[in-house]
Each structure stands twice: as C-alpha cells, then as structure tokens.
Design a protein around this ligand. Structure first.
Ligand code: WAQ
Ligand code: MG
Length: 267
C-alpha cells in the first residue's frame, strides 16, 4: 500500500506497579513509524524501573490533518525568577490579560495548580478578564495532544536549539496559539532542574524567559488564557486534545535563541 501523505500517531507509556514512569507521543508520516516507535521504546528502556510498556500506533484518517504555523521565537535573558515573572506579566498585560488573572496564574503555577496542591497532567484554562477557571476537570486539566512537526522540521529546530524540551514546548504552544479563542499561554516546567518558561501568543510569538522559577521547585504548569466570549468548552477542548495538527516552519521563521547557561545544562 502507498504510504505517501499518510500519517500516524505513535504513543508510548511506561509504568511500574501501575504508576506512570515515562511517556511520549509523536505524530509522524507513516514511513517514520518504525524509527519513531523504536526511539520511544529506547526512552522507556532508559527510564528506570518499569514493568509495563505500552506502544500504540493509530492511523490518522486521510483529510483529518490540519496545519498551523510555528510561532517565532525570542529568548529574554533574565537575572532571576522575580525579573522573569515581572517581564512575563508585562507581556501578558500587553496581550490584554487583566491584572488579576496574571497574578492568579503566576501563583497557581508557583504552588501547584491542582486542587490538591500538586501538578496537573494538563493545562488550566482561564478567562483572560475575570480569572475564572474554565477547564472541564480542574484536577487533570486539558492535555494538548496530536501535534508535531514534520520530522525534517523538528530536526531543523532541534539543531538550532540544543534542547528537546524547548522544541516540544514550541510545538504545543504553536497549536494552542492557533485557536482563535486563545489570547495567551503561560508555562514553565515542573522539573526541579528546569527554570526557563514562556509566554506564547499568535500576536507576539513564543517568548522565552530564562528563569521563571527557582532551581529545586517541583511546581510548574501551563495556563491558557482565553476570551470567554468565544471559548467553546466542548469544541475547543476537543481540538486541543484530539485534532491532528502539523506545525509548519516557514522559510522565514525567526528563531532568535540566545544560548544561556542554566545550572547543569545548556539551553
Ligand atoms: N498539554 C497541556 N499541558 C501540559 C502538557 C500538554 N501536552 N504537558 C505538560 N503540561 C503541563 C502539566 O501541567 C505539567 O505539569 C506542566 O505543563 C509542565 O510540564 O525552554 O517542560 O513537560 O522554552 O515539565 C517550558 C520552557 C518547558 C521551554 C515546559 O513542561 C523552553 C515543560 P513540563
Ligand atoms: Mg515535567
């Protein structure tokens, strides 16, 4: 059968005694399924103790794929999280996010946005004017999925960026920014060693701040600020979670990354 133009979702989940250990998802042309599957299995194998690894390959039905542009990237070097959060707040305010939701989002991410105080699997959805939380399940959040770049484009960005985490975050943020109801997206990692974070939007692109939290903090997350007047909970959450989307690099993509030493790693 001819694989040309056909894509698949390849997902891996590794667990030990029922607890999640490692996972990953890629959306790739059919010709890349085998290579992608073995890379994900290698990731599971290097993740420590596991007693179950599940690999799922789903064909993407013809015509279901949509394309969205990659956001331009700019890195802002800051001295510490205080300066980073102040500049991230200024970017959010410039995009039209009201003062209260900016502060509410920062404190949620700083302390663990789940109602039990821990990290969420997905993102908070917040009204950009009132700060109300609009995600259907506030313990889990909305998990963006089914999004990737063409393997050649991913490799091109990866070569410029020196951090896979950044490439993954750019791909997710580019899908999120493509929804008309999204005003801005704020995020930083829950990995205690990874301090950079971002503010992303269709209007300003993907702005990275080299520190949005202190080293050692296990708290992080993502907040998608939406215009509540146009946000459609069922349709927009379904798009974020399930609409297969390829993020396209234009020839003129601006990827202005300033290399910065972060303790222990090179971003
Ligand atoms: N969809 C929605 N939210 C997610 C997803 C997803 N697919 N993946 C993670 N999250 C949320 C969830 O609440 C996590 O606890 C939180 O984000 C952090 O996840 O250098 O690495 O994978 O430009 O730790 C941003 C800066 C890195 C990158 C973000 O997030 C850069 C990061 P992590
Ligand atoms: Mg993490």
């Amino acid at each position: 059968m001819d694989d040309a133009g056909r894509w698949a979702s390849v997902r891996m989940r590794a667990s030990w005694r029922g607890r999640h250990v490692s996972g990953g998802e890629r959306l790739v042309p059919r010709a890349h399924v085998t290579t992608t599957a073995s890379r994900l299995l290698a990731r599971a194998a290097s993740a420590g103790h596991t007693d179950r690894v599940t690999l799922t390959v789903d064909e993407i039905s013809a015509g279901a794929l949509v394309t969205a542009p990659a956001l331009d990237v700019r890195t802002v070097c800051v001295a510490d999280p205080t300066e980073g959060r102040a500049l991230a707040t200024a970017a959010l305010r410039d995009l039209g996010v009201a003062e209260y939701p900016c502060g509410a989002a920062m404190s949620l991410l700083a302390s663990g946005p789940s109602p039990n105080g821990g990290p969420m699997r997905g993102a908070v959805i917040m009204d950009h004017l009132s700060g109300s939380r609009l995600e259907p399940n506030s313990e889990r959040g909305v998990r963006v999925s089914r999004v990737d770049m063409q393997p050649e484009d991913r490799a091109r960005v990866r070569a410029l960026a020196a951090s896979e985490r950044f490439v993954d975050a750019l791909i997710l943020a580019s899908k999120v920014a493509s929804l008309g109801c999204v005003i801005a997206d704020l995020g930083w990692s829950d990995d205690p060693e990874y301090t950079p974070g971002y503010v992303a939007s269709a209007a300003r692109g993907y702005e990275r701040f080299t520190h949005l939290k202190d080293t050692g903090s296990p708290f992080g997350g993502r907040v998608y600020f939406v215009d509540a007047a146009t946000f459609d909970a069922a349709a927009d959450v379904a798009r974020l979670e399930a609409q297969p989307t390829v993020i396209a690099l234009s020839e003129g993509l601006r990827l202005e990354t300033v290399p910065v030493e972060i303790p222990g790693r090179f971003v």
